[in-house]
Write a new protein. Structure first.
Length: 299
């Protein structure tokens, strides 16, 4: 009689209740800060003053903070910059990563072993901030949007994971296509990529989140404040307390209308920064096991 390991056995009723309680507590710990941030961003000055900070009990709600953010000012421009950099950067990174991973996954490709060794070497040694800055400066990318994309256009981890997934695709499929006259690019486009939707979606999410949340490159390479992405604006206003709106340095009104509370505007910026990731992730989450984990383990 074979016995299954302890972790594979069905839990008892008490064990199930304990697991449910622990998972509920973990979910509450994750959702409650988000709840406070969203509620504070929708609160009036009276509600914020009564709470003495972040609002936990709903009171009078107002969208004044979001109306102020998207009234055509700094935040609106930074959101457009972040969206453009994220879309363009993700598309370029996915294209380069797919082409490089497919080439490195073919055993007979030219110099694929030395190139793979150089890529793996970047896991151990990084160039550092100063050499990176000198390279970006010598290429004439300072104060351009390309400085937010090109320095991180390919991530070694994503490339290795996608290469491992491509290597798990049976070679017989490609050989049959070659016999029928298909080119390598045709095999990649018509056979390999349709079979790799899961890993492509997940790697695309990794790149998109990285570009959306990136602020360090912007701090280093952008001198024009008008080109700042959303994360730099978030850092300047929320963490450093610098004012982004006319009238908030001492006045409490603009054109006779009361300004939203400063804390509500800060939390509204945080919500705007979180929303794209929270919206996209549920649609890609189902691909994680099939896409990245299987490819990484088998590779």
């Amino acid at each position: 009689m074979t016995t299954s390991p302890a972790w594979a056995e069905r839990p008892s009723r008490v064990g199930g209740l304990i697991k449910g309680a622990v998972l509920t507590l973990i979910v509450a710990c994750v959702l409650f800060p988000i709840y406070m941030v969203v509620l504070t961003s929708l609160s009036t000055q009276e509600s914020v003053s009564e709470a003495g900070g972040l609002v936990t009990v709903p009171g009078e709600l107002s969208f004044a903070a979001y109306a102020e953010l998207f009234s055509g000012g700094v935040v609106t421009r930074s959101v457009l910059v972040s969206l453009g950099v994220t879309v363009a950067g993700t598309a370029l990174s996915l294209t380069v990563t797919v082409l490089a991973a497919y080439g490195l996954s073919r055993p007979g490709s030219l110099m694929h072993k030395p190139m793979l060794f150089l890529i793996l070497l970047t896991f151990l040694f990084g160039p550092g901030i100063i050499p990176n800055y000198l390279l970006v400066s010598s290429l004439g990318l300072i104060d351009t949007y390309w400085s937010l994309i090109l320095p991180g256009v390919v991530t070694a981890f994503n490339l290795v994971v996608m290469r491992a997934f491509f290597m798990n695709i049976p070679e017989e499929i490609g050989d049959s296509a070659r016999i029928d006259g298909a080119s390598e690019f045709g095999i990649l486009r018509k056979i390999v990529l349709p079979m790799s939707k899961g890993v492509t979606a997940v790697i695309g999410l990794f790149y998109a989140v990285g570009y959306w949340n990136s602020f360090f490159n912007a701090v280093l390479y952008l001198n024009d404040n008008a080109k700042w992405p959303l994360q730099v604006v978030l850092r300047q206003y929320v963490l450093q307390g610098q004012s982004l709106f006319v009238g908030q340095t001492g006045d409490t009104t603009i054109a006779g209308q009361a300004l939203p509370p400063s804390l509500a505007i800060q939390m509204a910026i945080v919500v705007v920064a979180l929303l794209p990731v929270l919206f996209v992730y549920p649609f890609v989450q189902r691909h994680f096991t099939k896409g990245v984990i299987i490819g990484a383990v088998k590779g």
